[in-house]
Write a protein that binds this ligand. Structure first.
Ligand code: T4K
Length: 368
């Protein structure tokens, strides 16, 4: 049996490089609650990403839930069905109703042209996703938000290090939320962050992630425990030293897939980064009707070759039982997203993927 290949594999720096970080934690006995590693990582990420304020979290989902709390979002929020389920779940955890709109066929990000029709007197915010790390049409979204006085919270779980012509894509909207889960380009095993534009909002977020405590005797909000501990923060500090190398490896893999799959009839590679600063977090292809196999047949064929791809994002969020009864979840409203969910396959892409391993994937898709 050939070596298994996965859709992703976490990048792990040499273990011996982590030991000095552990020794510091052991010496200080500060394990959590905003210790030195936590503070250093917040600053280091602001510097690396080019953002003003960043609050670390235990994971991306709690960060999303807290971001909605921080802006006191209520009523209805317009979002995309083409994402990981945590996007919409964060709304339900806040008692907010998700209103799904369809995606753009080229980027699979929320289609701004569909947003206005979904706005009602109860709409308070828009929650788009930079899907696969490809930036949303942030200008069009901002224009609508300003016209209708709506907040914008970007689920930027996939968008670590991504830049558009104005710098970090994380600076758009009112807040952006990152995930540092093991499967992400930058990981702290589990982790996440909220990026916010001003110190006041950051303070509120910091209170919310620490039960609402301001000091020993003052609680200002019904906060939660969303704190990142020192162990995860230390992992982040170490990962940051290797991130450029890791992103560089991903870029090479992305380019080789594009070159090799360009001529394969019925295979469409999404989101060529071109000259933009991308992070190559995923390599999604669409298996179209003129490919000899269906998407699921190709998925199975790869699996038979011990290559474990993922159908991100199938099923659509709007097809899960807690959402499918909603009027906006109806298939007729989401035909582009439904069609993409039926065709998409994310191929293995991660720094340790070797050229011969990548060739195994390509050979199966080329049918050779
Ligand atoms: N918003 C968006 C748009 C998101 O994509 C996500 C998470 C979130 C919000 C929430 O952020 P977090 O709360 O997770 O920080 C994975 C991840 O669990 C999830 O974080 C991620 N999105 C989603 C897109 O993918 P699964 O169920 O596909 O992951 P899993 O465990 O099957 O892993 C995929 C492959 O990765 C495995 O086949 C092997 C490899 N792997 C995975 C893990 C966990 C490893 O080699 N080592 C590992 O430790 O959901």
């Amino acid at each position: 049996m050939k070596k298994p290949l996965f859709v992703t594999q976490p990048y792990l720096p040499p273990l011996e490089e982590f030991i000095p970080y552990l020794e510091k934690i052991w010496d200080s006995k500060v394990l959590t609650n905003g210790g030195p590693m936590h503070q250093q990582l917040e600053q280091a990420l602001c510097d690396y990403l080019g953002v003003e304020h960043l609050a670390l979290f235990a994971n991306g989902t709690i960060a999303l839930v807290t971001a909605l709390q921080a802006l006191r979002i209520t009523g209805e929020v317009i979002t995309t069905p083409y994402s990981f389920v945590a996007t919409a779940h964060s709304l339900l955890w806040n008692g907010v109703k998700p209103v799904f709109v369809d995606v753009d066929p080229n980027t699979l990000n929320m289609d701004p042209a569909r947003i206005e029709a979904a706005i009602t007197p109860h709409t308070t915010a828009i929650m788009p996703v930079h899907c696969y790390g490809h930036p949303c049409d942030v200008e069009a979204i901002q224009k609508i938000a300003e016209t209708y006085n709506l907040k914008v919270i970007y689920d930027a779980a996939h968008a670590f290090g991504v830049q558009d012509e104005r710098g970090s894509v994380l600076n758009h909207g009112d807040l952006s939320v990152l995930s540092f889960h093991a499967t992400k380009v930058f990981n702290t095993f589990e982790g996440g962050a909220i990026i916010c534009p001003d110190a006041r909002t950051k303070k509120r977020i910091d209170h919310l992630k620490n039960f609402g405590f301001v000091d020993e005797v003052t609680v200002v909000a019904p906060g939660i425990n969303g704190k990142m501990c020192e162990f995860n923060a230390a992992l982040g500090l170490l990962q940051l030293q290797h991130i450029d190398k890791a992103l560089g490896c991903r870029k090479v893999i992305d380019a080789f897939y594009r070159e090799q799959l360009a001529g394969v009839q019925g295979i469409h590679c999404l989101n060529d980064a071109g000259e933009r600063v991308a992070n190559y977090a995923y390599f999604p292809i669409l298996v179209q009707a003129d490919y000899p196999l269906s998407r699921d047949e190709l998925f199975q064929k790869l699996k038979d070759g011990n290559i474990h791809t993922r159908r991100y994002f199938y099923p659509l969020i709007s097809d899960f039982p807690m959402y499918r009864g909603m009027p906006s979840a109806q298939r007729g409203n989401l035909s582009v997203a439904a069609s993409a969910a039926a065709m998409v396959l994310c191929l293995p892409i991660y720094p340790a993927l070797q050229p011969l391993e990548q060739q195994r994937v390509i050979d199966i898709i080329q049918g050779t």
